[in-house]
Write a protein that binds this ligand. Structure first.
Ligand code: SAJ
Length: 418
């Protein structure tokens, strides 16, 4: 009989993954302490508020706090399980920056008494989970860690990458299958017991490095396919073809499913994770690297098209619709739309750029200090503009009254108004 974890959990990192995970565990009766270095965030969540827009998250967090199951702290407490959901950004050379994982490990190591399971959820290059085990071993020579023992270790260490899609996190966190890679099979099984508390998906037990690589591969697969669509959009633009029509026709083939071109690839996952594969095997990861380059080149291309169109006017106004990294979310991380607006603003300092983004009430830091960029309501931006660029496929933009676009030069990077 598969065991289900009972005990306390410390979730380290209250971001897009840590907070939903903490809420999912706590609403099922587990005592959870959410830990974060950001004291304001700790207070906000401690009051039962969710600091980000994600369907059903606010209700889960307020319910968990009201039930007394979810508390928060800036210090790592002693717990029976630790779930690490901290950022793993990349360095300038695209290798992974594991400093947050290391800091979280150093904070939990002194709390260990033996019998705990430490689960790394952060997306990480192959070998990172083993490093976590090694780091704990160095900090706690009194404990037996699984990388150094074939027997039952004092602490179990595993990797369970998150795979939830922003916008559907609270559904997918329950329904997705989970890959759980242990430093040893015992570690995988112990970690699985934690996910059995709330997961309805299949729990796929494996080794830690395969789990790490599988996660990177999933996002690289998507990046390569979006890169293919984005490359097609460049080719079709050159050939004066409508890429959306070409894709629509091609996708009627039973074994073709081309994704959707756009202004680039954003978010903290797909634009980052493939680089961890590239930096692990630079000479071999050729398609993966090229897809990254195609996708990273797209915001500059979009900006150049808008700048070129602006050159046809004396004193044009430009409306940019959307800043989020994708539709119907408030997340501006690594957003190509923000990059497009910044490029245009730099190139056209005398042109007023009206940015409509219904999901935020202030411009992000990279745009805030630019005198020619202003946040505006969608209708006001459209009314004032000579040139309109769609950068995000929010439902609100998709369904806007097309008469608002008449007489404008429109550059529709998401194909929402065709
Ligand atoms: N995009 C396109 N065209 C498409 C699909 C997406 O341009 O056809 C763009 C989006 O606009 C966005 C970016 O790609 O800028 C990424 O969006 P996404 O919806 O494809 O993915 P994310 O980053 O929100 O979430 C991904 C998911 N991974 C996969 O689908 C393989 C999610 O399941 C992961 O959990 C998440 O990364 C993560 O955290 O790694």
């Amino acid at each position: 009989m598969d065991s289900i974890f009972s005990g306390s959990v410390a979730v380290i990192g209250l971001g897009y993954i840590g907070l939903p995970t903490a809420a999912a565990l706590a609403t099922r009766g587990v005592d959870v302490v959410g830990v974060d270095t950001n004291a304001d965030l700790v207070k906000t969540v401690g009051r039962g508020e969710a600091p980000l827009v994600e369907p059903d998250l606010a209700a889960a967090v307020s319910g968990a706090v009201a039930m007394g199951r979810l508390t928060t702290s800036t210090d790592t407490p002693s717990a029976d399980a630790y779930v690490l959901a901290v950022p793993t950004p990349f360095h300038d050379d695209h290798s992974a920056d594991l400093s947050y994982v290391r800091a979280a490990t150093e904070a939990l190591a002194p709390q260990l008494r033996g019998g705990e399971v430490v689960i790394l959820e952060s997306t990480s290059p192959p070998g990172t989970t083993r490093s976590v085990s090694e780091w704990i071993g160095e900090l706690r020579p009194d404990l037996t860690l699984p990388h150094a023992s074939d027997g039952v270790p004092d602490v179990f260490v595993a990797h369970c990458p998150e795979r939830v899609l922003p916008g559907r996190i609270m559904i997918e966190i329950i329904t997705n299958d989970r890959v759980i890679g242990g430093i040893s099979p015992r570690c995988a099984e112990r970690a699985a017991s934690v996910y059995r508390v709330f997961s309805q998906g299949n729990l796929l037990l494996s080794d830690a490095s395969s789990a790490e690589m599988a996660k990177l591969v999933e996002n690289a697969y998507r990046d390569v396919n979006i890169g293919f669509a984005n490359e097609l959009s460049l080719i079709c633009e050159r050939l004066k073809l409508d890429v959306w029509e070409v894709i629509r026709l091609a996708n009627h083939h039973p074994r073709v499913n081309i994704l959707t071109p756009g202004p680039g690839v954003g978010g903290h996952c797909i634009a980052v994770d493939p680089w961890f594969i590239v930096s692990s095997a630079p000479e071999l990861a050729r398609i993966i690297r090229t897809a990254r380059e195609v996708n990273d080149g797209k915001p500059g291309h979009v900006a150049r098209q808008v700048i070129e169109k602006a050159g046809r006017f004396n004193s044009p106004k430009v409306a940019c619709l959307g800043l989020a990294f994708k539709a119907n979310v408030d997340d501006l991380r690594e957003s190509p739309a923000v990059e497009v607006v910044a490029h245009i603003a730099d190139a056209l300092p005398d042109v007023e750029i009206l940015v409509a983004e219904p999901y935020v009430d202030a411009l992000p830091p990279t745009l805030r200090d630019r005198p020619n960029v202003r946040l505006a309501r969608t209708n006001d931006a459209l009314e004032a503009a000579d040139i309109v660029a769609s950068l995000v496929d929010h439902d609100q933009f998709r369904s806007l009254n097309r008469s608002l676009l008449s007489g404008k030069v429109v550059y529709d990077t998401r194909g929402i108004w065709r």
